[in-house]
Design a protein around this ligand. Structure first.
Ligand code: ADP
Length: 162
């Protein structure tokens, strides 16, 4: 029984993240989406909001669950008996970043393997940050995020502009 963790800040979850989740859910027994704090990013949504938004989008995937997590990813993985860490690779920039994190995680806990899934077009071309940037300027982002998330973004960014 292989339990995998897909960690991220998911601020907010995008259609690109969901593609990764669907793909990973097909080759592991149990997939835990770990909503984590990225200390180098200022979040727009709270942990609870992100867990609720993601849970609504993955409710049709029986082997996928969502959890809020704090601390080191490898420690969270040990606590849930996960051995596979899933990440997405969109471009060369992601590669350098993911390679360093994968090396560090392996060095912290040798029993954990990182598997990177190559993002496919058009998902490879956008990030949560870029979506927030254009949403702030009034763009319709429902092509990039689920409809319910697009509505949340509109509410949140509309309010903060006033
Ligand atoms: P983090 O702050 O940990 O990088 P993100 O939510 O930005 O969290 O990303 C989580 C994971 O999802 C990362 O491995 C990232 O490369 C991947 N990812 C982000 N956006 C996309 C996308 N549009 N398509 C595929 N993978 C993505």
């Amino acid at each position: 029984m292989v339990t995998a963790v897909f960690p991220g800040s998911f601020d907010p979850i995008t259609r690109g993240h969901l593609d990764m989740i669907q793909r990973a859910s097909r080759f592991v027994d149990h997939l835990i989406i770990a909503v984590m704090v990225n200390t180098s990013k200022q979040p727009l949504f709270t942990m609870a909001e992100k867990v609720a938004m993601i849970s609504a989008e993955v409710s049709d995937l029986p082997n996928v669950e969502v959890q809020a997590a704090t601390g080191l990813t490898v420690d969270f993985m040990t606590s849930v008996h996960a051995t596979v860490l899933v990440r997405g690779l969109r471009n060369e920039q992601d590669f350098g970043y993911e390679r360093d994190i994968a090396w560090m995680n392996k060095s912290l806990n040798d029993s954990i393997e990182t598997i990177c899934l190559i993002a496919r077009p058009p998902y490879a071309y956008f990030s949560s940050s870029l979506i927030k940037e254009v949403a702030k300027m009034g763009a319709d982002v429902s092509k990039y995020v689920p409809t319910a998330v697009a509505q949340k973004l509109q509410q949140r960014l509309g309010k903060s502009d006033q």
